[in-house]
Design a protein around this ligand. Structure first.
Ligand SMILES: [Fe+2]
Length: 298
């Protein structure tokens, strides 16, 4: 990793049918398949890291862990101390087999949104990015982690505190808008490097069947978003949000619902965080244009 302090290293999901999700990640999103982890999770990557998405088999059908990578041991220990002050239970390194995640060090702590957070150092990388022939321009990850994750939680305030005070993330901006009469959508977008947000937290009005709303992968080439869109249409998958551009991060993207329910956003061209960040403000619309639902062809 670069000298950046914190990057989203990987996401682990547990689903009943890993094979269906594998085809989705490789054939629609265009990720490269990697080697299974020692504990049997299928893996996928969008760059030179050995894995960015881990798919385990099980009944949970949701996110089970987000890995955050720090650059060195000093940053690792500092982060654990911060997390211990805000988490229910201190991060534990003792039982966190680093080999299972192909990292040098790993500590695990429960996040209020109902999944684990793993703080890691030294995620294995290869010399060159894994080939992604369906995404010829490759993915934008240098210094900014693999993409972003958006989770919805009823434990919103505790989650925000965990992410900011514990993980040390900083709010980029927030969305607060009435989506239907009487129902307000609130999403807080958090950065920890130049990516506009590596994590966003949505306030859930009640317990949702899945906390994970979506994972986002950002392409270097805008046309690779279009090619992914074509593959999603050809696969007949639901497109909860067709092509559009977000108002806050400026991302040109679309959202496809995968076979496990949670969505994947494939995007390009989001704004970067430039320090000092002075644009933390409320947005009242999700998109500047587009992102309308697209029904699958009959
Ligand atoms: Fe997103």
């Amino acid at each position: 990793m670069s000298g950046r302090e914190l990057e989203l290293a990987y996401a682990q999901v547990e689903v009943p049918d890993p094979d269906a999700l594998a085809g989705f990640f490789t054939d629609v999103v265009g990720l490269a398949a990697g080697d299974p982890t020692p504990d049997g999770a299928a893996t996928f990557t969008d760059d030179a890291a050995v894995h960015r998405v881990l798919v385990s088999e099980g009944p949970r059908n949701d996110l089970v862990a987000l890995g955050f990578e720090v650059p060195d041991d000093a940053a690792f220990e500092a982060r654990l101390a911060r997390l211990a002050a805000v988490a229910d239970g201190a991060p534990t390194e003792a039982d966190a087999d680093p080999g299972a995640r192909r990292v040098r060090r790993r500590a695990v702590v429960a996040a209020p949104w109902g999944a684990a957070v793993e703080v890691v150092v030294g995620l294995e990388r290869t010399a060159t990015a894994a080939p992604t022939p369906l995404v010829p321009g490759g993915f934008l990850t240098a210094g900014v982690g693999f993409g972003h994750a958006v989770v919805a939680t009823t434990a919103f305030d505790a989650s925000l505190r965990f992410a900011t005070e514990g993980l040390g993330m900083v709010q980029s901006d927030w969305l607060e808008t009435e989506i239907v009469e009487g129902v307000t959508l609130e999403v807080r977008f958090l950065h920890c490097n130049a990516r506009h947000h590596s994590l966003a937290l949505a306030r859930a009005p009640f317990e949702l069947p899945q906390a994970l709303h979506h994972l986002m992968f950002e392409t270097n080439d805008r046309d690779d978003v279009g090619r992914a869109y074509d593959r999603a249409v050809a696969a007949g998958l639901p497109l909860p949000n067709g092509l559009g551009r977000h108002d806050n991060d400026g991302m040109f993207s679309f959202y496809v619902a995968g076979p496990a329910g949670f969505q994947v956003e494939v995007g390009h061209g989001a704004h970067r965080i430039v320090e000092p960040w002075t644009d933390d403000r409320r947005y009242d619309r999700i998109s500047a244009w587009g992102h309308h639902p697209v029904a699958p062809a009959p």
